[in-house]
Design a binder for this molecule. Sequence first.
Ligand SMILES: [Zn+2]
Length: 191
Amino acid sequence: MAHSSSVVVEPPRFDRPEVEVRASAKRKKTGAAHWSGSRIVVQIPARLKGKERSRFVDELVERLMSQRPQNTAGDASLEERARVLAELYVDGVEPASVRWVTNQRRRWASCSPASREIRVSNRLRQCPEWVIDAVLVHELAHLIEADHSSSFYELANRHPRQSECETFLDGFALGLGLRIEAADVDVGGED
Ligand SMILES: [Zn+2]
C-alpha cells in the first residue's frame, strides 16, 4: 500500500530528548526503540494513529530511558565521569566528591571550592550526557577559579559545547517551569 512508512521527528521536551518516530506498515504489533546519539529512534506499526500512537511511542521512550546504561547513572559513576572530564579539560583538577542531589531548586549544580565538593541536581539525569558533561566541566573549573571571571570561562569553555549547554538548559528550565538564572548553571547564591 502507498502509506507504507513515514518518519516524524518530535522535538525534545522537558522530560525526554528528541524522538524520531518511524512508522512502518511491516510492523503489525510490536515496537522497538534505540538511541542514536542523543536522539531516541522508535519504530512503530503504521496503523497506530492519534492517542493510541502517542501512548505507544511514550511507552517505548520511557522504557528505553529507564534502561539507559548511562555512564553517569549513580554517584560513583558521576564522580568517575567528572575525573575523566577533569583530565580532558580542566588540568586534572581533583574534586573531593561529586554527587547527585535532590535539594537544589534554583541551580543545576554547585561547587564548594573550600571543601571541593560538587553537587549536581537530580533533574539533570534526564538530560543528554553531553549536557551533564558540560555542567561537570563548569563545576570543575570552579575548583580552580571560584568566580565567573574571564579566566574561569577560559577553563570552562574548553568543553566545546558549553554555550550550547546553556541554551539547552534555558529551554529545559522553561519546560520545567523552573526559575533558574539564565546563562549560568550555578549563579544565584544558596538554594
Ligand atoms: Zn558557575
